[in-house]
Design a protein around this ligand. Structure first.
Ligand code: PHE
Length: 446
């Protein structure tokens, strides 16, 4: 089974695919409004601290387990750590379904907005009118469901095609393009009248607003954005040949993801202030509500707008592919199902659970569980609980069960010199479990 495992074609191909998984709606849709809702600059600082203290070492840990085992998450944990640990992999597979349930809905909105830019629905710089376009879309009973279905089918088609071919090639061209468009939009957004205040809100921390909930939101956002804690990085690591310099690759992925999130913040928050929307008020529609006014204020706005939503949809696709791939990889490896069959079955389940997620922004917005609608519940369950929990267990596994074996695997049996590898292991043994554990308790009982 493992002898025939497909591998990434090149170092750049792998980095682009892993960064493709990391960079997605998390950066551009979620990060800006989370920052808005959680106090701006202080959230940014705590978010960056989570990336530095937990994120980087855990991306390495996950890639390492995958590469060492060359297997799907469930089998990989069994391979490196033995009995009991496969449960961590299994939890990741459940988490993938939960995230996909709302991820395809938001990606569907992106497709809808591509059409809206073309048919002129967004050619109105008025904030209230643009807000209405978004509310009308999500309140519609069937439209968002159809867009989510289209996106789910696209994800399934890429996964059926196999990891190497499609994902690698597309990411290498489209990611740099997305970056360029972002830079152009940032420049326009920060020069809008009234934008300065938004920039201040984003960059100047006010720690008086920080509570336990800020930490929960920040760590959840960091894990979500880095695709951490549910086995996606592990799965991509399992397609890595053994001789690669893993920390260097992990570093590149973390930096790319963080730069894009910060750029998205510098784009959306000033645009939000310029549109007169208070930072806590935009909600999950923020990016969609405020950016069209930025396009409108640019020469060639329609092209920028269309290009932006198209590339955002592609960025979302490379992320949703990594989510679905994690599930499919498990069924193919462990249950001897064909790739095609496994993909079709899982995509059908994803579509089924995306329906309540989609309706909860409209028709079913009154249906709540623990005070949250279905969409928010899935988001909270995955980002605030399951991903940090998965990350904490991964840290314990690599830190304590693998221990020195992990250092040997990281340094390719001592061939690479890494004097700081001991610091990394110390972080996984103590800092990550205690730090993440504390934040998790804050989130649940704080
Ligand atoms: N990191 C992706 C994003 O930011 C989402 C994702 C989460 C992908 C978990 C895979 C696993 O959009």
């Amino acid at each position: 089974m493992n002898t025939a495992r497909e591998h990434w074609g090149s170092r750049l191909g792998f980095i682009m695919a892993a960064a493709g998984s990391a960079v997605g709606l998390g950066n551009i849709w979620k990060f800006p409004y989370m920052t808005g809702e959680n106090g701006g600059g202080a959230f940014l600082v705590i978010y960056l601290a989570c990336i530095v203290v937990f994120g980087f070492s855990l991306v390495m840990a996950e890639l390492l387990i995958g590469r060492a085992a060359q297997r799907n998450p469930v089998a990989a944990f069994r391979h490196v750590a033995g009995r009991g640990w496969p449960a961590v992999g299994a939890m990741g597979i459940v988490t993938a379904f939960i995230i996909l349930s709302f991820y395809v809905v938001v990606a569907g909105w992106t497709i809808a907005y591509m059409l809206f830019t073309l048919n002129g629905s967004l050619a109105n710089p008025d904030a209230a009118a643009l807000g209405q376009v978004f509310s009308d879309l999500v309140a519609n009973a069937w439209q968002p469901v159809v867009y989510a279905a289209i996106f789910t089918v696209l994800t399934a088609l890429v996964v059926i095609g196999g990891v190497g071919s499609g994902i690698e090639r597309a990411s290498k061209i489209l990611m740099p393009l997305l970056f360029l468009i972002l830079v152009a939009l940032v420049i326009r957004a920060v020069t809008l009248p009234g934008a300065g205040e938004g920039l201040e809100f984003f960059l100047i921390p006010d720690f008086s607003k920080v509570t336990g909930a800020t930490f929960t939101a920040a760590i959840g956002q960091a894990f979500f954005s880095l695709s951490l804690g549910m086995g996606a990085m592990l799965t991509y690591g399992s397609y890595l040949p053994k001789e690669r310099n893993l920390p260097a690759d992990a570093f590149a992925v973390v930096v790319l993801d963080t730069v894009i999130a910060v750029l998205a913040g510098v784009m959306v928050l000033p645009a939000m202030f310029a549109a007169g929307i208070a930072p806590g008020e935009g909600g999950a529609g923020t990016t969609f509500k405020v950016l069209p006014a930025v396009f409108d204020a640019m020469p060639g706005g329609v092209i920028f707008g269309f290009g932006f939503f198209l590339l955002l949809a592609v960025a979302a696709l490379t992320s949703s592919v990594s989510l679905l791939e994690t599930v499919v990889c498990y069924f193919v490896d462990e249950r001897a199902v064909s790739r095609r069959r496994a993909t079709i079955l899982s995509a059908t389940c994803v579509f089924a659970i995306s329906i309540p997620a989609s309706l909860s922004s409209g028709l079913w917005s009154e249906v709540t569980f623990f005070g949250k609608n279905f969409f928010d519940l899935m988001d909270f369950l995955s980002s605030s609980i399951l991903l940090p929990l998965g990350g904490m267990l991964t840290a314990l596994c690599v830190g304590w069960v693998m221990g020195p074996r992990a250092i040997a695997a990281l340094t390719n049996d001592g061939k690479l010199s890494m004097p700081w590898a001991g610091v990394w292991l110390f972080g996984l043994r103590f800092v990550a479990p205690l730090g993440i554990g504390w934040i998790l308790l804050q989130g649940l009982f704080g």
